[in-house]
Design a protein around this ligand. Structure first.
Ligand code: HEM
Length: 227
């Protein structure tokens, strides 16, 4: 059948040629495993473009647009979380054992440049947030204590929440991925790059915006429950 304009635009032939042929699959689960990994790479390129635009919006003081885009980028992480959950449901551990034999040592997603770029780009937003706080002589504790309805810094409050939400969605993916690892190779088996779940738990503990999460404690420093 002749190639349609739709397929040409997508480079569908070329793109799908990177999937293993059905007859070459070790098991059906390999379609899901390879497919989700490939989808993740595509999604990270979309997230990374959004993060670049968010950075530009903040530099141009378009805070509301940055807030909006952060929410959209966070949703894309939600999609990746769902895909990890799908794999936990779909992948039979003994099938993954067979898949793993042919993946090749060292071929870990931990080496995905697009994944690392997403982390670098997200962290690059923090200095811009702090710069804006300084511009208004604000600190995060001060911003937290402002009432949402009488503040002149509603945009900064929305930005704080959007950054928290973005970070949450990334951490949520890390938790789903961690359970995928528990359910597929166990918590003591080393990954393709030699990391066990200890490595992943440590990584999970590194928020993208640690000062943001820590600042919540400041609200409760002098808190005493009423008698
Ligand atoms: C089904 C089986 C999977 C297993 C058993 C698994 C296992 C692991 C392990 C053990 C690591 C630690 C590094 C290493 O030694 O490789 C790792 C890292 C990683 N994996 Fe997976 N993984 C699986 C699927 C996925 C999928 C589908 C994705 C993406 C959607 C993914 C994304 C990542 C990322 C981004 C890292 C790096 C984490 C970081 O450095 O923060 N993995 N994986």
């Amino acid at each position: 059948m002749a190639e349609t304009a739709y397929e040409r635009y997508l480079s569908a032939d070329k793109m799908l040629s990177f999937q293993k042929k059905e007859e070459d699959l070790i098991c059906d689960g390999e379609r899901d495993f390879q497919g989700v990994q490939q989808e993740a790479e595509f999604i990270w390129t979309r997230i990374n473009l959004m993060l670049k635009r968010i950075n530009e919006k903040l530099q141009a003081s378009d805070v509301w647009e940055a807030v909006d885009l952060l929410g959209q980028a966070a949703n894309l992480w939600g999609g990746l979380t769902q895909k990890s959950q799908e794999l936990l449901m779909r992948l039979w551990p003994n099938d993954f054992l067979k898949i793993r034999k042919i993946i090749g040592e060292g071929a870990s997603t931990a080496d995905s440049p697009r994944y690392h770029e997403s982390e670098r780009l997200a962290r690059s937003l923090w200095p811009l947030f702090e710069k804006r706080l300084a511009k208004y002589s604000l600190t995060i504790p001060k911003l937290l204590q402002e009432e949402p309805d009488d503040t002149g810094h509603h945009d900064m409050q929305a930005l704080l929440k959007a950054m928290m939400w973005y970070d949450y969605r990334v951490q949520e993916f890390a938790i789903a991925h961690l359970y995928l690892v528990f359910g597929v190779i166990g918590d003591r088996t080393a990954g393709l790059k030699g990391g066990t779940t200890d490595f992943l738990i440590n990584r999970y503990n590194s928020y993208l915006f640690p000062k943001l999460w820590d600042s919540i404690n400041s609200l409760y420093v002098d808190f005493k429950p009423s008698q």
